[in-house]
Design a protein around this ligand. Structure first.
Ligand code: CTP
Ligand code: CA
Length: 227
């Protein structure tokens, strides 16, 4: 009801969002994942839709319902998420990378279930780095400034220093920072927005409230571009 009376600040805009964890297979029945629940990414998708945007949500495995009016594409691995993002990114005005993407995948994943050994020996897993989806999209940003790229960073320490540095390294105009163990799986969170002018702390609130604030901040910044 409240949403119905909010101005549609993103009417006519197309927004691509990643959310949730990724799952990197070890064998057909096992894998490596992380503690992301997807709640923040889904809240951002809902808030963007409420604001009138056309929303595509590329999601790793979660237990969440698709927000009303949002087009959802399910993936498992970081590579699949990368491929789905690249297939969808062309016409997008905004890309918001909320997903907790696995930095590494198992290089020697097995096609068959690995069997426990009688001699107690353990698998010798090797890793290789996954593509950086956000950095890849950011590197494609057009002269007109789109897609406008927003990153998320969950740190465990030094958020102010790491957040500002990560924004620069990724080459993105806006980065949302939070402390990992304060957010994963939780219903509320504290976030810090990093942009070219410094940082702004948004007080602790539920994730939908924060997502609506973030969407409002994004729409203000879009006004600076001719999107
Ligand atoms: N990200 C991504 N693809 C990856 C890794 C991260 O798109 N392979 C995105 C995340 O969705 C997030 C942002 O990059 O928006 C920052 O992720 P984070 O893990 O904090 O940054 P990394 O560059 O991976 O650095 P590190 O994990 O070493 O802190
Ligand atoms: Ca990472």
């Amino acid at each position: 009801l409240i949403a119905a009376f909010q101005p549609k600040v993103l009417a006519g805009k197309r927004i691509l969002i990643t959310a949730g964890p990724t799952f990197e297979a070890i064998d057909p029945v096992r894998g490596i994942t992380n503690l992301s629940s997807g709640k923040m990414g889904y809240a951002v998708a809902r808030a963007a839709r409420e604001a009138g945007a056309e929303v595509v949500l590329i999601s790793g495995p979660t237990a969440l319902a698709t927000p009303h009016g949002v087009q959802r594409i399910n993936v498992q691995s970081a590579q699949q998420m990368h491929d789905a993002v690249m297939a969808a990114v062309d016409a997008q005005h905004v890309f918001i990378a909320v997903a907790a993407v696995a930095d590494w995948r198992v290089a020697n994943a097995s096609d068959q279930k690995m069997k426990k050994k009688d001699d107690g020996s353990v698998p010798d897993l090797k890793f290789e780095q996954n593509p950086d989806i956000l950095a890849t999209v950011a590197a494609r940003t057009s002269l007109a400034g789109y897609p406008y790229c927003v990153g998320f960073a969950a740190e465990s320490e030094n958020l102010l220093a790491f957040g500002a540095a990560k924004r620069e390294k990724k080459g993105i105009p806006l980065l949302v920072g939070n402390i990992g163990h304060h957010t994963f799986g939780q219903d509320d969170n504290t976030i810090i927005l990093f942009d070219e002018n410094g940082h702004t702390i948004l007080p602790r609130a539920d994730k939908l409230t924060l997502a609506r604030q973030l969407i409002s901040e994004v729409s203000k910044r879009l006004d600076k571009y001719s999107l």
